[in-house]
Design a protein around this ligand. Structure first.
Ligand code: ZN
Ligand code: FE
Ligand code: FE
Length: 261
């Protein structure tokens, strides 16, 4: 199994690469990917442009030092801003990356997953439309290999009563047409929504649209690596997935789903 969503102390995680790697070895993972936050807007939880040279050096060293049975991949979790696509493309094109996770953590200037208070100011349907439109644009931008935590907007438990609506379907179609993967991100299980990102229903839709899936814990501590993976693997199999997507130098490949010992 793989864990492609891991944050170290280079962004807002609290462990060093080696500690995460040891955990991955202990769990018998075949691959792990470091995906520290990179954001063009200055925020305390992400690396900015100035941090990239040190990140690059560290990743070179980590890949040499972590040479056990688990393969290390170089990723980033990158914030999507529709008005800054070309700027972002120029940055990402120059980096030695295996994959880029495209994430939406901002609705306008509101960092919605860090400040739950803001929900009161929105009509829920409008909020969902706004959010999924951004995800759709992110998919169409060609900047990313996969979409991060597809339905993060539900994090604090704000859900649309009627579930899947047209905008979500249009978004999934855009993801499918662009050939992107989605991640099954297990961290939501610990959040007020108490659910994986994406939900079962949404991931079923992804499967029907032939969207490849990766797996990520969104670890911010070494102990989070592979969190809830037995349940996640059950869910993938139940839906029909037999393989997970892996990435190397931004090219997709596949690996059969195996349960870690
Ligand atoms: Zn984070
Ligand atoms: Fe995120
Ligand atoms: Fe993350």
């Amino acid at each position: 199994m793989i864990d492609y969503h891991i944050h170290t102390s280079l962004s807002d995680g609290s462990g060093e690469h080696r500690e995460y790697y040891n955990e991955a070895l202990r769990l018998g993972l075949s691959e792990m990917g470091f995906s520290d936050h990179f954001c063009l807007r200055p925020v305390p939880w992400a690396m900015g442009l100035d941090d990239l040279p040190a990140w690059k050096k560290r990743m070179q060293r980590v890949r040499k030092e972590c040479s056990g049975s688990c393969r290390v991949k170089t990723g980033l979790e990158v914030d999507y801003f529709p008005e800054r696509e070309e700027e972002l493309r120029a940055v990402l094109d120059r980096l030695p990356l295996d994959y880029v996770i495209g994430s939406v953590h901002f609705l306008g200037t509101w960092n919605f997953d860090s400040s739950p208070d803001g929900y009161d100011e929105w009509d829920l349907r409008h909020l969902y439309e706004y959010y999924y439109n951004l995800i759709k644009k992110a998919a169409e931008s060609g900047l990313f290999n996969m979409i991060g935590h597809l339905d993060l907007v539900k994090k604090f438990g704000h859900r649309l009563a009627d579930g899947l609506d047209e905008i979500m379907t249009r978004t999934l179609e855009a993801i499918s047409n662009a050939g992107l993967a989605v991640e099954l991100n297990t961290s939501g299980r610990n959040k007020p929504c108490r659910d994986f990102y994406p939900s079962y229903t949404l991931l079923e839709q992804c499967y029907q649209l032939d969207i490849p899936v990766t797996l990520g814990s969104d670890a911010h501590n070494p102990g989070d690596v592979g969190q809830h993976f037995p349940d996640a693997i059950d869910m993938l199999k139940k839906i029909g997935y037999t393989r997970v997507a892996v990435f190397e130098k931004r090219q997709i490949g596949f690996q059969p789903i195996r349960v870690p010992q």
